[in-house]
Design a protein around this ligand. Structure first.
Ligand code: ACO
Length: 332
């Protein structure tokens, strides 16, 4: 028995902020941001928390699948911007949806959250530990970026993507394989210095702006180019997949140049790569499920399509997952 995605939807906030908006108060330009990252605009949530972006996407998923909230077994929320440290954002989603029979938890693997979560959820479903899993990738990055730091704040956006994982008797479709990695040595290059048990919040940590994303961009960039490309090529090789066999690369959207390096290593043409970084920036755990949702909505996925999902993020965490799409047509 395999686990397959039986519904997918996303939510992005309505308020759009283009590169020129940043250029109005920072020493940056539309040209620099476009050329170095591929980002043109992103969405920021003005009011509310990460769970408030998940809930509309989750409702759309339930409607697609014709399920009531009470029929959800398990909720996993992949995020680095939980509503609070505790209770979990999964618990908040459960309450807001009225998913009275669901248990669940949050998963923190930064930009690789959705790939990690999909592998965990698939194994849970395959093992019979849950009849279904509502898997959410969501981040309100605007809550942890320093709008005075031009090297980080222009990169991120807010959004949520949600899928439902269910068992299928057809072993040829669903989540088929994954290569997932972590290297804690990378932690010092991309992190939030304070707020946790290591450096609890204090006047000093706030004054020092330690509650924001800190990143050594170039070091992370180099590790991401190698890491994401390596696992993506390796998963193709391990499963005997040739470039012609792959319908879509669905990569984490951190930087168009990182995506392009991965695509080239896999031997894929540009038209087989899902891209929305230009419109949403890096929404961390949400990038891949938002891409999946848009591909499905736009009728670009066919049953039997081989998809390679690939990610790289803080930790370091990275991974690649082979998924064979199981749904026909577009969402109703
Ligand atoms: N506008 C104008 N200039 C800028 C900006 C900006 N917004 N940001 C940085 N610069 C300047 C720098 O100050 C530097 O100037 P200097 O040469 O005078 O010192 C110059 O541009 C070059 O800076 P680099 O950091 O070398 O630029 P680079 O080409 O590496 O691009 C970037 C920076 C976009 C951050 C890139 O390194 C990157 O994408 N890194 C990886 C990000 C990533 O994948 N993160 C992981 C996911 S996040 C997560 O997991 C939560």
């Amino acid at each position: 028995m395999k686990a397959h995605i039986s519904a997918v939807a996303h939510y992005v906030p309505p308020d759009v902020f283009d590169n020129n908006w940043f250029a109005s108060f920072l020493d940056t330009s539309d040209q620099w941001i476009r050329e170095r990252t591929g980002i043109i605009e992103r969405r920021f949530l003005r009011k509310g928390a990460t769970s408030d972006m998940i809930v509309p996407a989750a409702r759309a998923v339930l409607e697609q699948r014709g399920l009531s909230p009470a029929e959800i077994d398990c909720i996993i929320v992949c995020t680095v911007t939980p509503d609070q440290f505790f209770p979990s954002t999964a618990a908040n989603v459960q309450r807001k949806l009225g998913a009275s029979n669901a248990w669940g938890f949050d998963l923190n693997a930064a930009c690789s959250g959705f790939v990690y979560g999909l592998w965990v959820a698939a194994k849970l479903v395959e093992a019979g530990g849950a009849r279904n899993v509502l898997l959410c990738g969501a981040d309100k990055m605007s809550s942890i970026i320093n709008f005075e730091d031009r090297a980080t704040c222009v990169l991120f956006g807010d959004g949520a993507g949600v899928v439902l994982l269910e068992p299928t008797d057809d072993d040829s479709v669903g989540v088929l394989d994954a290569i997932i990695r972590m290297d804690g040595e990378g932690g010092r290059y991309l992190y939030m210095p304070a707020g946790g048990s290591l450096r609890p919040p204090s006047l000093e940590t706030v004054a020092n702006k330690e509650h924001y994303v800190h990143q050594d961009g170039q070091t992370v960039f180099k590790a991401a180019v190698v890491g994401m490309a390596d696992v993506s090529a390796a998963i193709m090789e391990r499963n005997g997949l040739q470039p012609d066999d792959v319908a879509w690369l669905v990569p984490h959207q951190a930087n168009l140049r990182i995506i392009d390096a991965t695509r080239r290593r896999m031997g894929l043409p540009e038209e087989k790569v899902a891209i929305n970084i230009d419109r949403y920036g890096n929404t961390t755990a949400a990038t891949i499920p938002i891409c999946l949702s848009e591909l499905y909505r736009d009728g670009k996925l066919r049953r039997g399509d081989n998809l390679i999902l690939a990610s790289f993020g803080a930790g370091y965490t990275w991974g690649s997952l082979w998924l064979r799409w199981s749904l026909q047509g577009t969402p109703e």
